[in-house]
Design a protein around this ligand. Structure first.
Ligand SMILES: [Zn+2]
Ligand SMILES: [Zn+2]
Length: 226
């Protein structure tokens, strides 16, 4: 369970991502919460241990607060409403759907197929799946995701087709990974990320998340959470 102090810092982190597409600095968090920077550093470490945020390698900045990321990771998420000028980096194919789910917002997602390099642009929303035919490749089994979650997300990519995902795998990572339809990943993102901005959010339990994977047909060793 997150404590009241960590919940407060976490809320400011997410509010800043939602509003400005960036992570707040330690100085900013210290000022807003009227605490000292060392206390913020310590709360950030607690949040990172709970997998509620991801810190930079030097530990002095927030790198990700899933589904948001503070640095580009091959996905740009744009509100479909042209009067809404916010933009976000999506942490991966899954996180990009997660931003739409968390914000309850119809979005356009821009990326490129890692195999052929063709730009891919698709729309999705909480009630609108992405178009058929797109494939998402997961590079490694669920048990290993958090060993290096930035690397994991960096490599969860959308391909223009299952064929291209298979060809890329054959050339770069033979025998590894799992290829799902983008629609399956979209479906998974709704309950996985839909409550991420709720007041009083607590990280899901392992069993809860395992059920969400099961419900999308993502079963077997590859999908077994640690
Ligand atoms: Zn392609
Ligand atoms: Zn991700």
């Amino acid at each position: 369970m997150l404590t009241a102090d960590t919940v407060r810092v976490r809320s400011i982190v997410y509010e800043t991502f939602v509003r400005e597409g960036r992570a707040p600095s330690i100085a900013e968090l210290a000022r807003i919460t009227a605490t000292d920077p060392d206390a913020i550093r310590s709360l950030q470490r607690d949040l990172a241990r709970a997998h509620a945020i991801v810190l930079s390698p030097d530990g002095d900045a927030i790198r990700m607060a899933h589904p948001f990321t503070a640095a580009p990771m091959a996905f740009v998420v744009t509100p479909l409403d042209g009067h809404d000028d916010r933009r976000w980096w999506g942490g991966c194919a899954w996180d990009s759907f997660g931003i739409s789910a968390a914000l309850d917002l119809d979005v356009r997602i821009d990326t490129a197929c890692p195999h052929c390099g063709t730009p891919i642009s698709y729309t999705a929303g909480p009630g609108t799946p992405p178009p058929d035919g797109l494939a998402v490749r997961f590079p490694k089994p669920a048990a290993l995701w958090w060993d290096d979650v930035v690397d994991t997300c960096t490599r969860i990519r959308t391909f223009c087709s299952t064929d291209h995902a298979e060809m890329w795998t054959e050339q770069h990572d033979p025998g590894a990974g799992y290829i799902a339809s983008a629609t399956t990943v979209w479906r998974l993102a709704q309950p996985w990320y839909g409550d991420r901005l709720d007041a009083g959010f607590q990280p899901h339990s392992r069993d809860h998340n395992q059920r969400l994977l099961d419900d999308c047909g993502l079963t077997g060793d590859f999908w077994h959470l640690p």
